[in-house]
Design a protein around this ligand. Sequence first.
Ligand SMILES: Cc1ncc(COP(=O)(O)O)c(C=O)c1O
Length: 362
Amino acid sequence: MNVRFAERGALGEMSAYRVTESDGAPDSPSVAFDLSSNELALPPLPAALAVLREGLSRLARYPDPTARALTEEIAAHLRLTADRVAVGPGSAGVLQQILLALCGEGDEVVYAWPGFDAYPLLVAVSGAAGVQVPLTSSGDHDLAGIRAAVGARTKVVILCSPHNPTGTVIERARLHRFLRSLPDHVVAVLDEAYVEFDRGGDPPGRPQVLRAHGNTVVLRTFSKAYGLAGLRVGYAAGPRQVIAAVRKTALPFGVTHLAERAAILSLHSGAELRARLRTVTAAREELTLEIGKLGLPVLRSRANFVWLPVPSAAESLARAAAAAGVKVRACPGYGVRISVGEAEAHRRLLEAFGATDRGNWF
Ligand SMILES: Cc1ncc(COP(=O)(O)O)c(C=O)c1O
């Protein structure tokens, strides 16, 4: 029997997140190294692993629906009160909560493009329309262009710093000027999924940003620097009223007990975190240098990935990498993004790129 139903609004034009990727899944035999998702090529911090083993015996129980212990730890870490923090299943999950809480049909969400590939889908799920503002030729946010795109229907502006996929950051003075310039009816979401790789540690939030701007929500994750991508836990910090609304759109029990415990222990592992960040950022600088030596364009990145602005060679370079057993992220028409990974993965990649036809790079 045929089921008759109508998909809501823009959903009809969207695909499920990375639905076409299952053939290139990390456990597929042809992928020896997966450098396509900006994961950490290291296991979770030792303290987090130990607490996970203990937590397995509690799996028959639901977690704390409010994830209070983690919320309080994060609030203390950021030097904020707990009513200004909301945790959720990954920062993508928290972003979905934010958009569902603030937007609906007829509203607009403005963000830079190319950007994190979940933004268009999450915006569509909220019912709002996405307004994409192209990055500048240096891979930076065009803040003037974004401001010009903000109108009466805009509910949210998403900024991402360091930016996925280019690794560029929005410098502090420009950020403050931009946030000050927004009209009262707009909330700015500052996605800082990669901030630890820029600062060499987990800074106590951007308290100055949150204090100075009552319209700004900072989004953070335990998936990247903390190496907990598989556990799904992230958070938003921002104005009380927005956070209260964001809690209402949460999936019940969305943050597991294991994720909550591991995140708390990770927050207490500052020294180990800084040591591994030094390793990752050193590998990033080395990879950037070696790619540059091949003659390929590569941006200076402040995240755990590098970006090659090669609009017409994105797919051919990704194919060359795949043939060498390394999965990278091609953004057709824009470039290639490569996560910092294992030394052997970098070696294979550089060899594969070196053997490609330079005539196709530009
Ligand atoms: C910019 C950005 N924000 C958010 C996320 C989502 O991370 P998670 O949902 O694992 O916290 C990612 C993941 O790649 C990202 O690149």
